[in-house]
Design a protein around this ligand. Structure first.
Ligand code: FES
Length: 352
């Protein structure tokens, strides 16, 4: 901002200065007018904040208030968990500055400079993995660059409609132009209906991405991953990224759960990862099972223990439905993991 512009806004009633502090220590200060969201102000002033829905439903634009006063409408239903709100997290697309403030973003300033690309991909694999999960592999055009960080997601346009849905990539970035997704099939839903009734290998589907600030950070210690259902997808991308480090790959725990045994999937893929990665442990749980079931019954959160987070530098990644995320976050903090070492991506039905 020029000195002149600063002079003009200084002292304007209700305008507050919000400092946006990125994980790479880059700071940007923006002027936020009354009634203007922090996100709108940042984007208007050229600051690369991550966002997607801009309606409070995806959770992509989250930031943490570390000084000042930034508020959200407490009556509006959003993707933010109540525990996150209490810890100072805000969705910048729904947040308004009440005072000069400082917000921390848990991603580097370069992430927002990533430009999502749109292209038409071909369905090359389509496989039912369980009673309600489909593995969808696409091949992007050869001239298409699709660079993403493991954990990020893309939007897929449902063929024959104007509707888009968001899904995390389950393949590692190095596998492009092949890109894979794990998609939960709902009883009714536009994408679910398409995949169940009409989709076929050879179909074309529009892809746009990458998006999102949920991604694998440079490991500073062990990794703890907690995944519910198709929340396994970004964890697969992360596992396949760290496994190429061979013996330098960090000790990793994946606690994965589904509702019932017939919902479980990717057992063979996880077994293979355990074979390849000597420091990987997988705990698989089901919420409920018929009598005599030999596996673990409970949630993937129940399977977490204090020893899992005891090592310095442990970082946790959570992906699944909101109640699982909330329970996992609370449990990990109770076990002693600092809140700023926990990164989460929650699924909502519209996102699936
Ligand atoms: S951009 Fe989706 S919640 Fe803010």
């Amino acid at each position: 901002m020029s000195a002149n512009a600063e002079t003009v806004t200084q002292g304007v009633q209700g305008v507050h200065r919000v400092t946006l502090r990125f994980a790479d220590d880059v700071e940007h200060r923006v002027e936020v007018a009354p009634g203007q969201s922090v996100l709108a102000a940042a984007l208007a002033q050229g600051v690369p904040l991550i966002s997607q829905c801009e309606s409070g439903s995806c959770g992509t634009c989250v930031a943490r208030v570390c000084d000042g006063d930034v508020r959200m409408n407490s009556k509006k239903q959003t993707a933010l968990l109540s525990s996150e709100r209490e810890e100072g997290y805000r969705l910048t697309c729904q947040a308004f500055a009440e005072a000069d403030s400082v917000l921390e973003l848990d991603y580097p300033s370069t992430l927002g400079e990533q430009t999502p690309e749109q292209s038409e991909a071909e369905i090359t694999e389509l496989e039912w993995l369980s009673s309600n999960v489909v593995r969808l592999a696409l091949t992007l055009p050869e001239d298409q660059t699709f660079e993403f960080w493991p954990g990020q997601y893309a939007r897929l346009r449902i063929p024959g409609t104007e509707d888009w849905r968001s899904y995390s990539m389950s393949s590692a970035p190095g596998e492009a132009p092949r890109v894979e997704f794990l998609i939960r099939i709902l009883e009714s839903g536009a994408m679910s209906d398409y995949l169940r009734e009409r989709a076929a290998v050879g179909d074309h589907i529009e892809v746009e991405g990458p998006h999102g600030a949920f991604y694998l950070r440079e490991p500073e210690g062990p990794l703890v991953m907690v995944a519910g259902g198709t929340g396994l997808a970004p964890m697969m991308a992360m596992l396949d990224t760290v496994r190429v480090q061979g013996s330098r790959a960090p000790k990793t725990l994946l606690s994965f759960g589904c509702a019932t045994p017939d919902n479980l999937f990717h057992g063979d893929e996880l077994e293979l990862r355990c074979f390849w990665m000597s420091k990987l442990e997988v705990r698989t749980s089901v919420d409920q099972a018929p009598e005599g079931y030999a596996g673990r019954i409970g949630t993937p959160v129940d399977a977490l223990q204090a020893a899992d987070v005891a090592a310095p530098g442990t970082t946790a990644y959570l992906c699944g439905p909101p109640p699982m995320i909330e329970a996992a976050r609370a449990r990990l903090i109770e076990l002693g993991l600092p809140a700023d070492r926990i990164f989460a991506e929650q699924f909502t039905p519209s996102a699936e």
